[in-house]
Design a binder for this molecule. Structure first.
Ligand code: FES
Length: 125
């Protein structure tokens, strides 16, 4: 593995505190808001389910947090996983199960759920 740009500048970060840090948007906007919101699409219960399942599965170093608006509202319920910065649209418990197994356990990607660089809010397109 090569030297990162930060390392080339003499920056040395401490080791990762969490191996994977999951942020699930739980922002709720009033009904009828033009952007909608992830909570209105069910993200709160999906986040609760994911947190519980990650614990049941014993996924070491995985932290599942609720987040405020991640600014990809139109594509929600939205989640992002760091340090890799991979985004998913998660709509069902089955989607969560797949992210837990494929991304967080096997270190793969769930291609069908990925948000990409093309999934940007209309005002930013
Ligand atoms: S409301 Fe979830 S990304 Fe904005």
């Amino acid at each position: 593995m090569g030297e990162t740009k930060a390392e080339a500048r003499g920056v040395i970060d401490p080791p990762l505190y969490f191996q994977a840090h999951v942020f699930v948007c739980c922002n709720r906007r009033p009904d009828g808001h033009k952007r909608g919101s992830c909570a209105a699409r069910g993200s709160e219960s999906l986040r609760d389910y994911m947190k519980a399942r990650a614990k049941e599965l014993g996924l070491a170093g995985v932290r599942v947090n609720m987040a405020g608006c991640l600014d990809r509202c139109e594509f929600g319920p939205a989640m992002v996983i760091y340090p890799e910065g991979v985004w998913y649209k998660i709509e069902t418990k089955s989607d969560i199960d797949e992210v837990l197994e494929t991304h967080l356990r096997q270190k793969g990607r769930v291609a069908r759920l990925l948000l990409t660089e093309h999934d940007v809010p209309p005002a930013k397109a």
